[in-house]
Ligand binder design. Structure first.
Ligand SMILES: *[C@@H]1O[C@H](CO)[C@@H](O)[C@H](O)[C@H]1NC(C)=O
Length: 389
C-alpha cells in the first residue's frame, strides 16, 4: 500500500516536472518560413514573449504588410500586435488580436482606449487582408495596413493572453515580459526598446505572492495539523499548544504583511480590478483576526461554553484554510508566475494533505487502542483533549 502510494506520488511529480519543461524556442525570425509562402523583406525577434514580426514596407503608398508570430499564454488563449500612434504603452493601441473562435482562428481589431475589458472596434488607420492561423504552438497574424504617422517608425505593442471568455479576450498576465512587450519599430529594419517601470511593480507583486503563500497557504495549515494531531500524544502536551499558537501567530503576522501589500497593489492598479481576490483577502484578514482574539477569549476547558467555542474556533480555522488556498490559486491566475511556482505549491499541498491523512489514521488507531485498553481516561475525539487547549 505504502509503496503503491509512493510510486504514484513519484509518477505525479514526474508528470508535473514534464509539464514544466516547455519546448525549446531556438528559432530566430530569419529561419521562419510561412506555409502560404508569404515573403517579407524584414523581420525582427521581438524583445519579449518569444514573439516575432515579419514585414514589408511599401513607402510609395505607405502600406505595411505584416506577419506577427507568438505562442499564446495557453493554447486556447490569444495573441495580439498593435501600433500605438499616440503613446508607447497599451493605452491608445490600435490592436490586431487573434484567437480560436468556434474551432477557427479569427482576427479582430480593437481600439484600446483604456485598461480594462476591451470591445471590438475600428482602428484609426485602414487595415485589410486580415487572417490568422495556429500551429506548432504559435499563433500567426497576417495583415496589411496603412502606416500612420511619419512613415519611418511606429510604436509597436504586442501581447499574449491565456483565455477568451464568450468572444472577449481576458486580461493578459502581469509579468515583467507582459509589461515590457513594446518597442519602436524602425520600418527600414530593427527596433528600439522603450524603457518601462514594469520591473519594480512585478517585484512588489512577487513579494505579495510569497508572503501570502507562506502565511495562508503553508503556515496556517501546518498550525492546524499540529493542533489536530499532535495532541493525541500525551507526551506532546502542552507543547502542541505552544507550537500551534506560535505557528498561527507567525502566520497571522506574515499574512497581515501580505494583505497590506495586496491592498497597496490594489490601490495602485488603475482600471484593472480583481474584486473576488480582494474580497476573499479581506474576509481572510477578518477571520484570522477573530481567531487571534479567540486565543484570549477562550473559556476554561471545563466551562460549559467551551464546547461552542471549540465549534467556532475550529470551523473558522477550516474556513481560513479553504479560503486561503482558493485565494492563493486565484492569485496564481492573476500574477501568472512561471508554472514551476504553482506546481511547487500544488505538490506542497498534496504532501501536507497526505501527512494529515496519515496522522488522521494514526490518531484513530491510537484512540481505538486507548478505548479497548479501557483506559480510565478515554480519549473522546477532539473536543476535549486531555491537556490545555
Ligand atoms: C479610439 O478611442 C478613443 C478614445 O475613446 C477615441 O478618441 C478615438 O476616436 C477612437 N478611434 C477610433 C478609430 O475609433
Amino acid at each position: 500500500m505504502a509503496s503503491h502510494q509512493s510510486s504514484s506520488l513519484a509518477l505525479l511529480v514526474l508528470t508535473l516536472t514534464a509539464l514544466l519543461i516547455s519546448p525549446a524556442e531556438s528559432l530566430t525570425c530569419t529561419s521562419q518560413t510561412f506555409t502560404n509562402n508569404a515573403r517579407y523583406t524584414n523581420c525582427v525577434d521581438l524583445t519579449q514573449l518569444t514573439a516575432y514580426l515579419h514585414w514589408t514596407h511599401d513607402q510609395s503608398n505607405s502600406s505595411l504588410s505584416i506577419a506577427f508570430i507568438a505562442p499564446p499564454a495557453k493554447s486556447d488563449g490569444w495573441v495580439a500586435w498593435a501600433i500605438n500612434p499616440t503613446e508607447t504603452g497599451m493605452k491608445g493601441s490600435q490592436t490586431l488580436l487573434a484567437f480560436q473562435s468556434n474551432g477557427a482562428m479569427t482576427v479582430k481589431t480593437y481600439n484600446i482606449s483604456a485598461i480594462g475589458p476591451i470591445a471590438e472596434s475600428k482602428l484609426s488607420f485602414e487595415v485589410w487582408d486580415l487572417s490568422a492561423e495556429q500551429s506548432d504552438g504559435v499563433m500567426r497574424i497576417f495583415a496589411k495596413l496603412k502606416v500612420p504617422g511619419n512613415g519611418m517608425t511606429v510604436n509597436q505593442v504586442w501581447q499574449v493572453g491565456a483565455s477568451v471568455t464568450s468572444g472577449v479576450p481576458d486580461a493578459h498576465p502581469m509579468q515583467t515580459a507582459n509589461l515590457n512587450s513594446k518597442s519602436t519599430l524602425n520600418l527600414s529594419g530593427g527596433q528600439t526598446v522603450t524603457p518601462s517601470g514594469g520591473d519594480s511593480r512585478t517585484k512588489k507583486k512577487n513579494i505579495h505572492g510569497v508572503l501570502n503563500v507562506v502565511s495562508w497557504g503553508i503556515l496556517f495549515p501546518i498550525g492546524v495539523i499540529i493542533a489536530r494531531y499532535l495532541r493525541t500524544f500525551e507526551s506532546a502536551d502542552p507543547a502542541w499548544f505552544y507550537l500551534h499558537v506560535f505557528c498561527q501567530v507567525s502566520a497571522y503576522a506574515i499574512g497581515v504583511a501580505g494583505w497590506g501589500t495586496g491592498l497597496k497593489l490594489g490601490s495602485e492598479s488603475q482600471g484593472v480590478k480583481f474584486s473576488v481576490h480582494r474580497n476573499i483577502g479581506i474576509a481572510l484578514f477578518c477571520l484570522a483576526t477573530v481567531q487571534i482574539f479567540a486565543l484570549f477569549l477562550r473559556p476554561k476547558k471545563d466551562h460549559k461554553y467551551r464546547f461552542y467555542w471549540n465549534i467556532y474556533h475550529h470551523s473558522i480555522g477550516y474556513g481560513i484554510i479553504v479560503l486561503g488556498i482558493v485565494n492563493i490559486f486565484r492569485g496564481y491566475d492573476i500574477l501568472q508566475p512561471a508554472n514551476k511556482w504553482k506546481s511547487a505549491y500544488i505538490i506542497l499541498i498534496i504532501v501536507l494533505g497526505a501527512i494529515a491523512l496519515l496522522l488522521e489514521a494514526i490518531t484513530w488507531i491510537v484512540v481505538v487502542r486507548r478505548k479497548s485498553s479501557k483506559s480510565t481516561k478515554p480519549y473522546d475525539g477532539f473536543n476535549n483533549g486531555e491537556g490545555r487547549q
